[in-house]
Every structure is written in C-alpha cells, then in structure tokens.
Design a binder for this molecule. Sequence first.
Ligand code: AKG
Ligand code: FE2
Length: 310
Amino acid sequence: MHIPIIDFSTFLDPSSSDGAKLKTAKELDQACREVGFFYLAGHGIDSTVFKDMLANAKHFFTTASHEEKEEIKVKPSGEGSGDDSRGYRVVERADAGYEALDFLRELETEGPPYTKGLGRNQWPKSPSNFRSVAEDYTARLVDLGIAIMKAFAMALDVPEKVFVSRIDQSFWQLRMAAYPGVPKDSDTSKSGLYQHSDFGILTFLLTDEHRGSLKVLAPNGKDWISADPVSDALICNIGDMLSVWTDGIYKSTQHKVLHNSENTRISIPFFFDPNWDARIEPVLGNSDEKSKTEGVNYKDIFTGAIKYPY
Ligand SMILES: O=C(O)CCC(=O)C(=O)O
Ligand SMILES: [Fe+2]
C-alpha cells in the first residue's frame, strides 16, 4: 500500500478552471476510496506555523510544572467548569500511553456547570503565544476542511450544500499529544495508542520528525505501513462519519501508534468534525445494502466517544 501525496493548490486557487479543480478533486477521491489516508501538500499553510505549533506543544509537555499541568487538567462535567473533554490529561493504559492537551470549538452555551463537550477551553500560560498560534492554526484548518469537503462534493457529484451545511460550524477538536521516549533496553513500548479509526469526518495530522511511530493498516487487513512525516505536508485520514456519509465508499482506515524512540514524540491531530447538531445520512444512494446505515447524529457519536476518565 502506498499513501499518495495530493497537491491541493490547484483546487484552492480561485483562478483555476473547473476542469483543473475536478482533476485534483478526483485524485483526492481516489485516495479516499482506496487508502483512506493521504498526504496533503499545496495547502497554503506556511511552514513556520507548523514549526511554532510543534515547538509550543513540546515546550508545554517538556517544561510545564506538575502544578501547571494540574491546573488545566480535564475535569468531569457538572463539576466546576469541567466538561469531560478539554484540557490536559495523561493516558496510562495497557494499550496506550501519552500525555495530551485537547481544545474544542466553543459553543455558546450556558454554564458552568457544563454538559459533556460544551465547556470552555483551558489554555497553558506559557509560552505566551501558545493560544494565538493554536487559534491561527485552527482557523486555517477549518478553512481547509471546508475546501476539502467542496472537493469531495465535486468528485462525488453531490450538491455542495449537502456537505457544507453540515460542516460549516465544525465541532473541531485540536489535540496536542506527547508520546514519551522509551528506554533502549525496554522490550515492550508503553508509549502509543491502540488500533482505532477516527470517529469524525477528516483528521489533519502534524507530527515531529520521528519515523515509524504511526502505523496504518493495509487493505489486506494484515500489514502495518508506517505513515512517516513528509516535509511540509499534513497527513490526512477519513473518519467513520465521512465513511457513513459516502455509503462506505470512502474508507475510515484503522491505524495505531507504537512509539519506540528514546525521545518524546510530539503529534498534533486536528479532527475536523460535523456541526454539533448535524445529522449525517448516506448520500450516494449506493445500491449495496451492506453499506447502508440509517445515519447518525454527530453529538451522539461525540458524547459516546468521550469517556471520562480516560
Ligand atoms: O499520533 C499519531 O500519529 C496519530 C494519533 C491518532 O491516531 C489519534 O489521535 O487519533
Ligand atoms: Fe487516530
């Protein structure tokens, strides 16, 4: 299996012809049907933004004190300003080990107390540009997510508004993760993330230079392929809800992290998800009954996926 590199610049360029845009959209479409993963180049985001994001995440995980981390840790919903999902957490399980910071779109809701997912973000105080860099990055990826959905609509011959009206207030989630370094002589890695598929629409992943940590399941269901970083490109993958939306034509491919280096690995997934109130139903009228589902409500999927404590 080969993870293709898609140059998206033609689609983003307003002076491109419809024919040229369709060609790019079809390349994307093919990657989503066959692999469910692709590298996105020509996305228009300056590499300094990537560098700043990775540097700020590394700064927080490697230099923040225990107290600073505790202060912004994820708290249960109903307790103070907690909502189960935003802030700092440590995962130490048999099948996963990492530290994470999660930020989500803030909806205009009453509170505190907050219900699951509907609270407010908790930002590290240092470095001082942490929040502005992350918010700038988020704004760029929200625009990119909408543009890619337009490309999918074009390639699939679905009216653009069917997709756009359900993702134009995307309930995005920005995660910064640190997978701990693993001592050379240790025989099992406790640094990683169990096999899974992402539950939303589209994931944009930015990682540091470590190779061999992210593994993607090949279509034969046996081989694991390393999805190593490609300079200045984002690693993208399809989530379960887009797979449902496209009658199973786009693959939400299984993947996992097994980190074996002696150094901390920084990884920053951005989950581009539907609007909080969106209902997603298959749109293609695919005649294959096996791929048919009734459809799903995003907020049910999200609240089902967030299981506090982690
Ligand atoms: O860190 C990575 O490379 C991937 C993380 C991931 O798959 C996830 O958070 O869903
Ligand atoms: Fe994932």
